[in-house]
Design a binder for this molecule. Structure first.
Ligand code: AGP
Length: 619
C-alpha cells in the first residue's frame, strides 16, 4: 500500500540511497513521497523533503547534503488526501523524531485526542502523524532511555496495522517495526550498513541478504549492529534469508513497460512453475511444499480458495479444476468477505490462500481466521518469506519472479499453473483421474508454454484490434465454464489500467439483465473457443448481434463458424487449439494484451495506474 525505505551506514549519501530505494517501491503507492535525514551538528537536526507527486518530482527539491542516516516513504493515501502536509515522513512537536508508516492506525482518533489534550500540535490529516507524537510522549519520559523503548511503548497502544521506520536527532539509529505491513531488513555487503524496505525489490541493488520481520518484532539498526527484539524487548535469533532472484529480473529491459515484459515472460513462468513438479514420461505430479499424507488428502471434504482481485480469479478457476479433476467440492471466496461471514470450517476443510505479494491484508486476515477455526491451510504465493508464505501451514511457490506492474499478469498464469498441478496431484491420490487420462493431460500441459508463445508472437494483431476499440467507455466480457473467471480477469485488466468500465459475466447470465445495456456503443468481448459450451456462447453472441452490439472475440484457430455470425466491424483474436481444460492459459493472454494496448492508446500510466497500488496491505 505504501513503500518504506531507510538506510544507516558508512555512506554519506544516505538520502540518495533512500530515494533510489523509493523509486523501486513506487508501484506500492505514488500519491506523494518524502525523506527525513539527520544532519550532523551540535545539536544534530532532522531535515525533511516531502511533497505530493512521484519520487522523482520530490527528489528535485532535495539539495544534496552529507548524511549517513535517512528514512523515506512513497504513499498510497488512506487517511488525508495526497498533499505536501500529509506526505510522510511525519515529525513530533520538537522536530526531533521522524517516522514513516505503512498501514492503518484504527484508533488514531482517540490517540490524537489524548495527545492534543496533553498539548501536542498536529499539522496533518493523517493517522500516521499520531505515531510521531506518541513516540515523543514516551521518549520525553525520564525513565525511557532509548528510542526503541519509546517506540515499543508507543506501538503497544496502536490498533490496526503498521510497518514503520523511526529516527531521532538524539541517537544514531533506525528503529523499525511491523504488525501486518511488511518490513524487511537488508544487511549491507560489509556488515556496517543496514537497510529497511517494504519489500525485497528495493534492496536488490544493495544486498540480497535479508531479515524479514515477523509481526510484533522490532529492529534496532546502528552502523555497527542489527538487533531484533520482540514486544517484550527479548532478543530474537533470526536467520538471514537470501533474495532468490537477481536485479536484472526486476528490471524492464528492452520493454516499454514492466507489464508488457511480464506478459511476455509467461511462457517461461509456466515452465518455471512446472519445473521439477511434472514428470511427463511417468505422467505424475510432485508438490513437495504441500507435505500432506495421502490419507489427509483423501479426507479433504471441501476446499475454499481465499484471495483478492486477480488472485481471486485464479481461485475461481481453481474451483472448476479441483471439482472436475479431483472431485472435491470447492468454492472461491472474496477474502475481504470471508473473514467476517463466520465461515463454517473444520479439520477436513482445506483453505487455500492465493496471493502474488503474500502481503494482502484481506487475505492474511482470512487465512488467520481459517487457521483459528481449525481448517488446514495452503498458501500459493510468489514472494518467498512473505507473510502468507510464513503463516500458511503448507505452501506452493509460483516462480514468476518479481512482478512490478501493478496489473497482475504473469502471477495469474503462474498461480493457475500451480492450481492445475494441485488438481492433478489431488486427483491422482484420490483416484479420480486414471493414469492414462493424467498422462494425456500432463503431455498437453507441457505444450502450453509454446502455445502461449505463439499468441505473443501475434501481439500486433491484438494491438490492431485495441486500436479499434479503445475509445469505448463500456465493455461486457463474456465467458463460460473455465473461461468465466478468465472473462472476469480480462475485464479487471481493462478497468484497472485503461479506466474503461468493463464487466465480466457468465455468458449464459447475459440474458438475465446485462443484455439491456447492449447497443452500438456498448461492445462485448466474448471468449468463444471450441469447448463443451461453444454452441451456447455462440447463441449468446448471436443475441448480441441481433441488438447491433459490436463483438471482439477470442476464437480457436480455424474456426470458420464464428466468422459466419460476425459482421465486418467485429474482430477476432485466434488462439491455438488445446484441451478444453487448458484454454484459460491461452484465452487470458489476448485479454492482457488488449487491455495493455488500449491503455497505451489512451496515454495511461500502464505500470502505475491511478488510485492503485501493487500490494494492498490494509483491510
Ligand atoms: C490485479 O491486477 C490487481 N493488481 C489486484 O487485484 C491484485 O490482484 C490484488 O490486490 C491481490 O494481490 P495479491 O495477489 O498480491 O494478494
Amino acid at each position: 500500500m505504501c513503500g518504506i525505505s531507510a538506510y544507516i551506514g558508512k555512506n554519506n549519501n544516505a538520502a540518495e540511497i533512500v530515494f533510489n530505494m523509493l523509486s523501486r517501491l513506487e508501484y506500492r503507492g505514488y500519491d506523494s513521497a518524502g525523506i527525513a535525514y539527520i544532519k550532523k551538528g551540535k545539536p544534530a537536526k532532522i531535515s525533511v523533503v516531502r511533497d505530493k507527486g512521484m519520487v522523482e518530482d520530490v527528489k528535485e527539491q532535495y539539495i544534496p547534503e552529507h548524511s549517513d542516516l535517512c528514512i523515506g516513504h512513497t504513499r498510497w493515501a488512506t487517511h488525508g488526501e495526497p498533499s505536501k502536509i500529509n506526505a510522510h515522513p511525519h515529525l513530533d512537536c520538537k522536530q526531533e523524531i521522524a517516522i514513516v508508516h505503512n498501514g492503518i492506525i484504527e484508533n488514531y482518533i482517540a490517540l490524537k485526542k489524548m495527545l492534543e489534550d496533553e498539548g501536542h500540535k498536529f499539522v496533518s490529516a493523517t493517522d500516521s502523524e499520531v505515531l510521531a507524537h506518541l513516540i515523543e510522549k514516551f521518549y520525553d519520559n525520564d525513565n525511557v532511555l532509548t528510542l526503541e523503548d519509546a517506540v515499543r511503548q508507543a506501538i503497544a497502544l496502536l490498533r490496526g496495522s503498521y510497518g514503520i521506520a523511526v529516527i531521532s536527532s538524539k541517537e544514531e539509529k533506525i528503529v523499525a517495526a511491523r504488525l501486518g505491513s511488511p518490513i524487511i531488513v537488508g544487511i549491507g555487503k560489509d556488515e556496517n550498513e543496514y537497510f529497511v524496505s517494504s519489500d525485497t525489490n528495493a534492496l536488490l541493488p544493495y544486498t540480497n541478504s535479508t531479515i524479514p520481520l515477523n509481526d510484533g518484532e522490532i529492529a534496532i539498526l546502528t552502523k555497527n549492529d542489527c538487533k531484533i527484539i520482540n514486544k517484550d524487548a527479548i532478543l530474537m535469533q533470526k536467520k538471514i534469508e537470501k533474495i532468490l532472484y537477481n536485479l536484472q529480473s526486476a528490471e524492464k529491459g528492452e520493454y516499454a513497460h514492466y507489464m508488457l515484459k511480464e506478459i511476455f515472460e509467461q511462457p517461461r513462468v509456466i515452465n518455471e512453475t512446472m519445473r521439477g513438479r511434472l514428470r511427463i514420461e511417468e505422467g505424475i505430479v510432485m508438490l513437495g511444499g504441500v507435505r500432506m499424507k495421502d490419507e489427509e488428502i483423501r479426507s479433504i471434504s471441501r476446499i475454499v480458495f481465499i484471495a483478492c482481485g486477480t488472485s481471486l480469479h485464479a481461485g475461481m478457476l481453481g474451483k472448476y479444476l479441483i471439482e472436475e479433476i479431483a472431485r472435491i467440492p470447492a468454492e472461491a471466496e472474496y477474502a475481504s468477505e470471508f473473514k467476517y461471514k463466520f465461515p463454517v470450517l473444520d479439520k477436513n476443510t482445506l483453505v487455500i490462500a492465493i496471493s502474488q505479494s503474500g502481503e494482502t491484508a484481506d487475505t492474511i486476515a482470512s487465512l488467520r481466521e481459517a487457521r483459528a477455526r481449525g481448517a488446514n491451510t495452503i498458501g500459493i504465493v510468489n514472494v518467498v518469506g512473505s507473510t502468507i508464505a510464513r503463516e500458511a501451514e503448507k505452501g506452493i511457490y509460483v516462480y514468476a519472479g518479481p512482478e512490478i506492474g501493478v496489473a497482475s499478469t504473469k502471477a495469474f498464469t503462474a498461480q493457475v499453473t500451480a492450481l492445475y498441478l494441485l488438481s492433478l496431484y489431488f486427483g491422482r491420490i484420490r483416484n479420480t483421474i486414471s493414469g492414462f487420462a493424467l498422462r494425456e493431460l500432463v503431455e498437453e500441459f507441457a505444450r502450453i508454454p509454446e502455445k502461449v508463445q505463439k499468441i505473443l508472437d501475434n501481439a500486433n494483431a491484438i494491438k490492431d484490434i485495441a486500436d479499434e476499440f479503445y475509445n469505448y467507455r463500456d465493455f461486457l466480457y463474456l465467458g463460460r465454464g473455465y473461461n468465466f473467471p478468465v472473462a472476469l480477469e480480462g475485464a479487471l485488466k481493462l478497468k484497472e489500467i485503461s479506466y474503461i468500465h468493463a464487466e465480466g459475466y457468465p455468458a449464459g447470465e447475459m440474458k438475465h439483465g446485462p443484455i439491456a445495456m447492449i447497443d452500438e456503443g456498448f461492445p462485448t468481448m466474448a471468449v468463444l473457443i471450441k469447448d463443451n459450451v461453444y454452441n451456447k456462447i455462440m447463441s449468446n453472441v448471436e443475441e448480441i448481434k441481433a441488438r447491433h452490439g459490436r463483438i471482439a472475440a477470442i476464437t480457436t484457430e480455424g474456426d470458420d463458424n464464428v466468422k459466419k455470425i460476425l459482421k465486418k466491424d467485429d474482430k477476432v483474436m485466434d488462439i491455438p487449439e488445446t484441451l478444453p481444460i487448458f484454454y484459460p492459459f491461452l484465452t487470458v493472454v489476448p485479454l492482457q494484451l488488449f487491455a495493455y494496448f488500449c491503455a497505451l492508446k489512451l496515454g495511461k500510466n500502464v505500470d502505475k495506474p491511478r488510485n492503485l497500488a501493487k500490494s494492498v496491505t490494509v483491510e
